[in-house]
Design a binder for this molecule. Structure first.
Ligand SMILES: [Zn+2]
Length: 349
C-alpha cells in the first residue's frame, strides 16, 4: 500500500505572501492556479506579488464554481503539459476539484484553504457530482498545505466552528471503528487511530479556546491536517468518520436547509457520544461550550424533525459500515434522547 503525506506544510500568519517562495524551494516554477468562486478579487493581489517576486509562472488559471466530474475532466485535459503543480485557493469545492485533477493527471496539488470548515483540505478523498449525484471519490492527498492563519481569523466564524465540529467527531469515529472491529472483525489501523485521536486531544488540551486567537487557529489547522492524513494512512475514512458523519450525510439529503458539514457533525457527535456512553462525552460538551460552538448553534439551530429523520436514515448512507447505530434498538434510543434531552434541544429548533 502506498501512503502519501503532505510534504510542504506552512501554517502561519501572512503565509499567502510567501507561497511563491515555498514553491520555488520545492523546485516548482510553473503552476496551474484555481480559485474558488468570488475569491480571485480577494486574493489575486497578494498571490501575484508572491509569484512575481519568486518568478513563478502561472501558465493556467481558472475559477471553479462546480464540482461536476465532467467539468473536472475538461479542466484536467486543458492543462498545458508544462504545469508542474496545481494550486487551489479557497474552500472545499475548489480543493476537491483540484485534488481530483491531481489524481487524474498525476500532478501534485498545493491546497491553500481560505477557511477551515472541514478536514478536506488535507484528505485523500473528494466529494464530486457524478450524473447529478454527490459521490465520495478517491482523489490525491495534497502534496502541500499552506494556510494563512490571518485569513482564517478573518473568515466567517461559522466555518471555523464547522472545523471544530469536524475535529471533535474523532472521539465518536474512533469508538465506532473499534466497535466495528469487535462486531465484524474489520481491522483497525492503530497508527491511523493514534493520529486522529491525538489530533483531537491537541485541540482539547489547548487552554485558550478563542477562535480569534492565531495560535489556537494554527493548532486547529494542524489537527485537521492530521485528520486528513489519518484517512490516507488507514486507506479508509474510518479514523475521521463514524455514525455522527452518517447522520450528517443523511441530514444533507433530508433537510431543506442543510448547515455546514462540521456544524452538523459536531451536533451529531454530542448525541452519538451519549449513546456510546463515550468516556469523552463530558469533554465534547465542554469543548463545544468553551469555543463558542454551542452559542453559535443556538443562534443557528438545526431542524429537529429533519435531524430525527436523519438518524432514522443514517444506517442506509454507507454499505457495510458498522457503527453504534447498527446495534439493535440504538436508533430508537437515540431518537428518544433527541426528543427528550433538554440540553441537546439547544441545538435544534
Ligand atoms: Zn468530516
Amino acid at each position: 500500500m502506498e501512503i502519501s503525506i503532505p510534504t510542504l506544510l506552512r501554517i502561519k500568519p501572512n503565509a499567502i505572501y510567501k507561497i511563491g517562495k515555498y514553491l520555488r524551494k520545492e523546485r516548482v516554477i510553473r503552476i496551474a492556479l484555481f480559485f474558488g468562486a468570488d475569491l480571485k478579487e480577494k486574493f489575486a493581489e497578494p498571490l501575484m506579488i508572491s509569484f512575481d517576486s519568486s518568478e513563478i509562472d502561472v501558465v493556467h488559471e481558472e475559477t471553479v464554481t462546480t464540482n461536476e466530474a465532467k467539468a473536472i475532466f475538461k479542466s484536467a485535459f486543458a492543462l498545458p503539459s508544462t504545469v508542474q503543480a496545481i494550486v487551489a485557493i479557497g474552500g472545499g469545492k475548489v480543493i476537491d476539484y483540484c485534488k481530483y485533477i491531481a489524481f487524474v493527471m498525476q500532478l501534485p496539488v498545493i491546497s491553500v484553504p481560505t477557511s477551515i470548515s472541514n478536514d478536506g483540505f488535507a484528505s485523500p478523498g473528494a466529494s464530486l457530482i457524478i450524473d447529478g449525484k454527490r459521490r465520495s471519490q478517491k482523489a490525491r492527498i495534497p502534496y502541500g498545505v499552506v494556510i494563512d492563519t490571518e485569513i482564517i481569523r478573518k473568515s466567517p466564524e461559522s466555518y471555523t466552528y464547522s472545523g471544530i465540529g469536524d475535529l471533535i467527531s474523532k472521539y465518536t469515529a474512533n469508538y465506532d471503528w473499534k466497535l466495528a472491529y469487535r462486531m465484524t472483525q474489520e481491522p483497525v489501523n492503530d497508527f491511523a487511530e493514534l493520529i486522529s485521536s491525538n489530533a483531537v486531544a491537541i485541540m482539547v488540551n489547548y487552554p485558550k479556546k478563542d477562535i480569534k486567537d492565531l495560535e489556537f487557529l494554527r493548532l486547529i489547522c494542524g489537527c485537521l491536517v492530521m485528520s486528513g492524513v489519518s484517512m490516507e494512512v488507514s486507506g479508509s475514512s474510518r479514523p475521521a468518520s463514524g455514525s455522527e458523519h452518517l447522520i450528517s450525510h443523511a441530514y444533507d439529503m433530508i433537510a431543506s436547509k442543510p448547515s455546514l458539514h462540521g456544524i452538523q457533525v459536531g451536533i451529531a457527535t454530542y448525541a452519538v457520544s451519549w449513546l456510546q456512553n463515550n468516556r469523552f462525552h463530558g469533554t465534547i460538551k465542554s469543548v463545544l461550550e468553551e469555543t463558542g460552538f454551542v452559542e453559535y448553534v443556538m443562534k443557528n439551530p438545526l431542524n429537529k424533525d429533519d435531524f430525527i429523520e436523519a438518524v432514522k436514515h443514517a444506517n442506509n448512507v454507507k454499505d457495510n459500515y458498522y457503527t453504534i447505530l447498527s446495534d439493535l434498538g440504538n436508533v430508537e434510543k437515540l431518537i428518544e434522547f433527541i426528543k427528550e434531552d433538554e440540553y441537546f434541544n439547544k441545538f435544534l429548533s
